[in-house]
Design a protein around this ligand. Structure first.
Ligand code: ADE
Length: 227
């Protein structure tokens, strides 16, 4: 595919204990095409590579007791430092580092738009019972959640964030589609119904107005459907 020139691109880096999770996700459809077109660049970093001991341990028991394991702060900090060429910082213009977490800020279309205008987005995938709180306190700009439910890990959340953000990048959807003027910045408004051929199937008919070729009437019908 031809590389798009003069287009600012977003670099998305994913820190994970499960790099293989993203193999198919990033090679599929629009995400893959966007990377080929130079609209976005994905980088996967295996947190385990930054574990300090010979067994490459990335989690440990929680201080104070309790079930489960907690992701350690040091491998994550070292991974971030290496990406930043030495010393990772938060609060930089054009860059955000986020941690997937069930207690984070809720991802919606406005948040996705915020991320889509960055130059760099770093997503740390939380896992196990939790992540040492010092990651949230010192190493990220914010925590983000994709819904009000608890996942086993942050990888599906990262995949959702990447998808929602990538499709907003100029050039990601090609010329045929546009996200400008999309209705679903408003909660509950998710576009109008769409139909394609056949005109009738099992007696289920496409609304007549869509077959008229009358653009103003079609637009009016679609607007009514959205509200
Ligand atoms: N980790 C566990 N649950 C999550 C959620 N809903 N969103 C993001 N990360 C999570």
């Amino acid at each position: 595919m031809v590389k798009l020139l003069n287009m600012s691109s977003l670099k998305i880096t994913i820190l994970t204990l499960f790099p293989e999770y993203f193999e198919s996700v990033l090679k599929t459809s629009i995400l893959n095409r966007s990377q080929d077109a130079g609209v976005v660049e994905y980088q996967i970093v295996d947190i385990r590579q930054f574990a300090q001991d010979k067994h490459r341990v990335t989690d440990d028991r929680p201080f104070g007791g309790g079930p489960g394991m907690v992701m350690k702060v040091d491998p994550i900090a070292l991974a971030l430092d290496s990406l930043a060429g030495g010393s990772h910082q938060v609060g930089l213009p054009g860059k955000k580092t986020v941690l997937t977490s069930a207690k984070g800020r809720l991802l919606n279309q406005a948040v996705a738009r915020e991320y889509a205008v960055l130059e760099e987005l770093v997503i740390i995938c939380g896992h196990y019972e939790g992540v040492d709180e010092r990651v949230a306190e010192h190493l990220v700009d914010e925590e983000v959640r994709i819904g009000d439910y608890v996942l086993t890990g942050g990888e599906p959340a990262a995949a959702v964030i990447i998808d929602a953000v990538t499709r907003l990048l100029p050039g990601a959807l090609g010329n045929e589609s546009s996200t400008i003027g999309e209705s679903h910045d408003q909660p509950g408004e998710f576009g109008h119904p769409q139909y394609t051929r056949p005109v009738e199937f099992r007696g289920w008919k496409v609304p007549d107005v869509l077959l008229t070729g009358h653009h103003a009437q079609i637009e009016e019908w679609r607007k009514n459907q959205r509200s």
